[in-house]
Design a protein around this ligand. Structure first.
Ligand code: NDP
Length: 273
């Protein structure tokens, strides 16, 4: 099975479907990531604040897979924003992961009240120039935050990783990304399970013989989103990859479009500090 890739604005390819490890304790992360790599995932999404970069690193090493076949994302935590702090935090993440570069490094939240994301971005510019990150991106940035960043830097974020699922479809932000060449990556792509009972989804699942989670992931893929579903359940880890052998019709896509309801499973980016 080949997972399609999305080419980022700097020419780097990212698998369109990867594996998220939020809320997996470090000691269970190695098992989960090992199961994911065995199933065929090659892209892993972690963050300093998840406390499981070491667990991810152990699984990467144990897999014996060539480094260039892997795509590893981690994120700069809010308390580490600022130029010097970000460089130090990056070194700490790299050491925990046991890597000498990461594929994608993201500013985790804009935390506008701190007003440090422009400074943090300077650090990411440097890391990119030094080849210690293959791509620099952001997460949870609203258009106002992106506008400030774009005005202040020649380096456009490759990715904005945002909460996105059928309950929160983010049409405006996705259009903004398209206009500026920023790839959209969906976090909590399954809304942590909250959209799997929606009738619009279950009806399509019944007709296609797929599970509601597979229908939701397929919807993301057809919109062009990058997705990083999380599971610690081996059968679901495998199931979430089996989404390349069917297609949603235009009617399916339209019917899922109607269940957007501003549902946030996480904080609003303007408010989190
Ligand atoms: P998801 O939307 O991926 O949902 C995960 C939940 O859905 C778990 O409870 C999991 O259960 C369950 N699940 C997974 N697959 C299936 C399936 N096939 N059928 C039924 N249930 C299923 O939520 P996350 O919040 O974990 O988001 C995914 C990733 O996004 C994170 O792991 C993280 O990497 C990233 N993220 C980034 C954020 C950011 O601010 N940048 C914020 C939040 C997440 P179980 O594990 O028990 O199988």
């Amino acid at each position: 099975m080949t997972i399609p890739t999305v080419t980022l604005n700097n020419g780097v390819d990212i698998p369109q479907l990867g594996f998220g490890v939020f809320q997996i304790p470090d000691d269970q992360t190695t098992v989960a990531v090992t199961a994911a790599l065995e199933a065929g995932y090659r892209s892993i999404d972690t963050a300093a604040v998840y406390g499981n970069e070491a667990g991810v690193g152990r699984a990467l090493t144990a897999s014996g897979l060539p480094r260039e076949e892997l795509f590893v994302t981690t994120k700069l935590w809010n308390a580490d924003q600022g130029y010097d702090n970000a460089l130090r935090a990056f070194d700490a993440s790299l050491a925990k992961l046991g890597l000498d570069y990461v594929d994608l490094y993201l500013i985790h939240w804009p935390t506008p009240a701190r007003d440090l994301y422009l400074e943090s971005w300077r650090a990411l510019e440097r890391l990119a120039a030094e080849g210690r990150i293959r791509a620099a991106g952001v997460s949870n940035f609203q258009p106002a935050h992106l506008d400030r960043l774009l005005d202040s830097s020649a380096l456009t974020p490759a990715v904005n990783q945002i909460e996105l699922h059928p309950g929160l479809q983010q049409d405006d932000l996705r259009a903004f990304h398209r206009q500026h060449g920023i790839a959209t990556e969906a976090w909590s792509p399954l809304a942590q399970g909250a959209v799997l009972d929606d009738q619009a989804i279950t009806k399509i699942a019944t007709r296609t013989g797929k599970t509601p989670a597979q229908v939701v992931l397929r919807w993301h893929l057809q919109l062009g989103n990058i997705v990083i579903p999380k599971s610690v359940t081996p059968s679901r880890i495998r199931q979430n990859l089996e989404v390349f052998d069917f297609e949603l019709t235009e009617e399916d896509m339209t019917s899922i479009a109607t269940i957007d309801r501003g549902l946030r499973t996480g904080p609003h980016p303007d408010q989190l500090n």
